[in-house]
Design a protein around this ligand. Structure first.
Ligand code: HC3
Length: 394
């Protein structure tokens, strides 16, 4: 039996030829793409203020000042426009520091990819074989069959979408990891009136959700979904993705989370009056941190959580389902490549995320009963749109 026969199993000559042609095409495409992207990254680095895609100007989130601190003014505070604007407006520019950071992220990623192609790819047939077996074992319907190159592009897309919208780059979070609030500072937070503390937390959460909306918009296929379905997915998934992202900003060694410039213990949030909710959020982060997810894995976990085809109110469920399956397939491919397939079994269950989100809604309702005018007048429109039902807001 020839080596090819072992590699390809029972495959006709014709099938093998098609596969080999696809591999050649893929390699050629990827090489051109990588070197073109590297070249354009270089030129973007020289002129970051003109060509780098950025968050839309309707979003002005907290930004890294470049001096080791973020600006924490809540950008959502005075917005009066309806927030879930998902039209395809061109992406506009932001600060030069941020643009430069994005160029660096992109360049590093592309370099890694190039390294992968040059050093790992010689055994490309093994990869193709694994694409085939993944396609096969996921029993994809014909319209979901994905080619190897499509999977590669999807992988890049999901990872870029996450990296470009993650709000706080990992390296910066790591630098601040051991900066915690002093007991005096903690006390100051704890003595804040409940409504004030709610107001500032809601504001930070809304800022973070604007980045999540941007993540969704950059996921290939999301903007092609029916507008109703885009909103259904975001309404259901925004808080879940916030929890996943919270684990990036969580230090599991001292049980603290990044908040207003330093890492905060859960006691800091005492005056919110919902310690059970905060404890479950912290517990969730502890368990997710134990998996030690890479940024790529985090990106995929977020994408598949968002694109949940199981929601009742979806109008074109099959479209969401197809997109979900493709992204899931690309995720499995990434995990296979990094020998981390076991994490699929260990990811938190959907029910866990939903129960925390449900608890958040319950706490919000209690708060609204206590302070009806604050929730109404001060909370940002996006927060109200996502978490206060339409019948109540109209
Ligand atoms: C601290 C925080 C949860 C974590 C949120 C993170 C760090 C999540 C990752 C995002 O990229 C950035 C981000 C922004 C806001 C952070 C939240 C602010 C308040 C929240 C607390 C745990 C309190 C939540 C309380 C309540 C009742 C309003 O939901």
């Amino acid at each position: 039996m020839s080596r090819d026969a072992v590699k390809f199993g029972r495959m006709s000559k014709k099938q093998r030829a098609i596969l080999q042609a696809e591999v050649q095409k893929l390699l050629k495409e990827q090489r051109t793409e990588i070197s073109a992207s590297l070249q354009s990254s270089e030129s973007q680095a020289e002129q970051p203020s003109t060509t780098t895609p950025e968050l839309p100007h309707s979003i002005q989130p907290s930004t890294w000042s470049g001096h080791g601190k973020w600006d924490f003014s809540c950008s959502t505070r005075n917005c009066s426009l309806p927030r879930l604007q998902l039209q395809r407006e061109p992406l506009v520019l932001h600060t030069p520091e941020k643009a430069q950071a994005e160029v660096t992220i992109r360049k590093n990623y592309l370099r890694d990819q190039q390294h992968h192609f040059e050093n790992v790819r010689p055994n490309v047939f093994h990869n193709i074989e694994s694409y085939c077996s993944l396609n096969f074992c996921s029993c994809l319907p014909p319209e979901c069959m994905v080619s190897a190159s499509e999977i590669e592009l999807l992988m890049q897309n999901v990872v870029f979408a996450h990296q470009e919208t993650c709000q706080f780059p990992n390296e910066n979070l790591k630098i601040l990891r051991w900066e915690t609030f002093s007991p005096e500072q903690m006390q100051r937070f704890q003595q804040k009136p409940m409504d004030q503390m709610w107001d500032s937390c809601v504001c930070h959460i809304t800022d973070a959700i604007q980045y999540i909306v941007e993540f969704a918009k950059r996921l290939s296929g999301f903007m092609d979904l029916n507008p109703n379905d885009q909103i259904v997915l975001l309404k259901a998934g925004a808080m879940e993705l916030l929890l996943i992202r919270m684990s990036r900003a969580f230090n599991c060694y001292n049980n603290t989370v990044y908040f207003e410039g330093k890492y905060a213990q859960l006691e800091l949030f005492h005056s919110l009056g919902c310690s059970d909710l905060i404890s479950s959020m912290f517990d969730f982060c502890q368990s997710l941190c134990a998996l030690n997810l890479s940024e790529q894995e985090m990106a995929f976990f977020s994408a598949i959580t968002l694109l949940n085809p199981g929601h009742l109110w979806l109008q074109e469920k099959h479209k969401v389902d197809t997109l979900y399956r493709k992204i899931h397939l690309a995720f499995r491919h990434l995990l296979r490549r990094t020998h981390r397939e076991f994490i699929l079994m260990k990811l938190p269950e959907k029910a866990k995320l939903s129960s925390i989100c449900q608890l958040h809604l319950e706490k919000l309702n209690i708060f609204r009963q206590m302070y009806p005018s604050i929730a109404w007048e001060k909370f940002p429109p996006l927060y109200k749109e996502l978490f206060i039902s339409e019948t109540e807001t109209s």
